[in-house]
Design a protein around this ligand. Structure first.
Ligand code: KIV
Ligand code: ZN
Length: 520
């Protein structure tokens, strides 16, 4: 593969590969990544701006919160299709439709398992029953919308004859998209490509539907499997921003999009994604979910375009192509982070917000601007990262049951760390004081006393949002209660205030999470 040869344009018709984003559904199944309705709508709007074809907004029957979020997204999104997930039963399908019926382009996504392991241990159903249920569920969905997707869960560990029979039944019942999930991330690329080829050859009617894949990353092969499937005839790929999702996550949207784009000499395909929004989208999802992006993450990691060795730096200075296969600007990484400060006015602040992808007006803009001014009084330079954290904390987070009102901590090398905390709990002000092994421990114990909560602290991490000693500290906490995990985040120039905010954010998320009725 010579460099020159690789870059030659091959004149062939380029086909569209649809991007089906499931950050708000499978992505939210990442341990701790619970989002509230406002946060989900914000991410959906960003996905629409990115130009994703289909947004899977949630699993409406799983909880009242999920139902309301899917409904709000259906009302807010006008260009992308909005999909709702439903197990193959009438209640799930009816609830899914109820949630998406106001969408401009609604889609019901119904699924049932097809592997022997799942049939025997989880579903406790015969193969004949599963074929019948799949067809019935697609049929019921068709009564509501012509746009119906059917998924054969655990397809890659299923008997191919049976898998083909289920898919055939779903197509006959009217499914317009057939999805082949690698639910447990078991497949390898050559095998997955072969599976797609075999299905395309053997399943009656498969030529008239869109074939889709959904790969999990348990062996680190989700993106490779997705690309192999695309090369073998798949025209819809299911993925998530930053690759978040159940266990090791899903195939990463940004990696798939940029692989197809960068290697257009190999792929006869393109996506509708505008890559300029990839970086902002990644940052937004990371901020909202609390799932930190690893520095060496492809495309959007902090080091993805950093050249460390002398030889590489020398090459880059002479000619970027020596060590760069795509430019950071293509994926929207700004050349320099614009700095705002104490003297910046409302107009400059609003313009910067717009560049970062936030269109705020009225009360929201005023709230964010007030917080910006408070921060600028404490900190000379305000960077993009500071502005993002203001928006996420002030506008999107919307504290529900618990809110911090006042915090005072006494600590030092000879005093017993003591915290006095005043909080709003369901609108009522409560004040308490408490001791701890250290100042953070004192703060957390006092908050626990006020909120009467029992969550166990699994992880506490602190990061500087930007450089310098005056930087805001960003605290991330992971809490666990009754088997549920949540991640909370808080930022402030005072790390104890940031810790209290992160802890309270996590407690609010836990309250939200407890409403979930059905797990997956
Ligand atoms: O991983 C999986 O099989 C799923 C289905 C619901 C598509 O998420
Ligand atoms: Zn999945």
């Amino acid at each position: 593969m010579g460099g020159g040869g690789m870059r030659k344009r091959v004149k062939r018709m380029s086909e569209i590969v649809k991007i089906f984003d499931t950050t708000l559904r499978d992505g939210e199944q990442s341990p701790g990544a619970t989002m509230n309705i406002a946060e989900k709508v914000r991410i959906a709007q960003q996905l629409e701006k990115l130009n994703v074809d289909i947004i899977e907004a949630g699993f409406p029957i799983s909880s009242e919160g999920d139902f309301e979020a899917v409904k709000a997204i259906s009302q807010a999104i006008r260009r992308s299709e909005v999909a709702a997930l439903a197990r193959a039963n009438p209640q799930d399908v009816d609830r899914a439709w109820e949630a998406i019926k106001e969408a401009k382009f609604p889609r019901i996504h119904t699924f049932i398992s097809t592997s022997d392991i799942h049939l025997k241990h989880q579903l406790k159903k015969t193969k004949e029953e599963v074929i019948k249920i799949a067809a019935q569920s697609v049929g019921r969905s068709k009564r509501y919308t012509p746009n119906v997707e059917f998924s054969a869960m655990d397809a890659t560990r299923s008997d191919i004859k049976f898998l083909s029979a289920v898919i055939e039944a779903a197509i006959q019942a009217g499914a317009t998209t057939i999805n082949i999930p690698d639910t447990v991330g078991y497949a390898i690329p050559s095998e997955f490509g072969e599976l797609i080829r075999t299905l395309k050859q053997n399943v009656k009617g498969i030529g008239k539907v869109t074939l889709s894949i959904h790969c999990h990353n348990d062996l680190g092969l989700a993106v490779a499997n997705s690309l192999s499937a695309i090369q073998n005839g798949v025209r819809q790929v299911e993925c998530t921003v930053n690759g978040i999702g159940e266990r090791a996550g899903n195939a990463s949207l940004e990696e798939i999009v940029m692989a197809i784009r960068t290697r257009k000499d190999l792929f006869r395909f393109h996506t509708r994604i505008n890559p300029k929004h990839l970086f902002t989208t990644s940052r937004l999802v990371s901020k909202i979910t609390g799932m930190v992006v690893q520095p060496n993450k492809a495309i959007v990691g902090a080091n993805a375009f950093a050249h460390e060795s002398g030889i590489h730096q020398d090459g880059i200075l002479k000619e970027k192509l020596t060590y760069e296969i795509m430019t950071p600007q293509t994926v929207g990484i700004p050349k320099t982070s614009l700095i705002l400060g104490k003297l910046s006015g409302r107009h400059a602040f609003r313009e910067r917000l717009k560049d970062l992808g936030y269109e705020l007006s009225g009360e929201d803009l005023e709230k964010a601007f007030k917080r910006f001014k408070q921060l600028a009084d404490k900190k000379r330079d305000i960077y993009d990262e500071d502005i993002e954290s203001i928006v996420v904390e002030e506008i999107l987070r919307m504290p529900k049951r618990f809110k911090l009102d006042y915090l005072n901590v006494i600590a030092g090398n000879i005093t017993v760390p003591t915290a006095t905390v005043k909080m709003e709990v369901d609108g009522k002000l409560i004040q308490e004081a408490g001791f701890g092994d250290g100042p953070v421990d004192a703060v957390f114990k006092t908050i626990k006393k006020i909120t009467r909560t029992r969550s166990k602290l699994l992880q506490f991490a602190i990061n500087a949002i930007t450089g310098g000693t005056e930087a805001q500290g960003e605290v991330t906490v992971r809490l666990e209660e009754r088997g549920y995990t949540v991640i909370g985040q808080g930022a402030d120039t005072d790390v104890l205030v940031a810790s209290a905010k992160a802890y309270i954010n996590a407690l609010n998320k836990m309250e939200f999470k407890k409403q979930k009725l059905v797990g997956m």
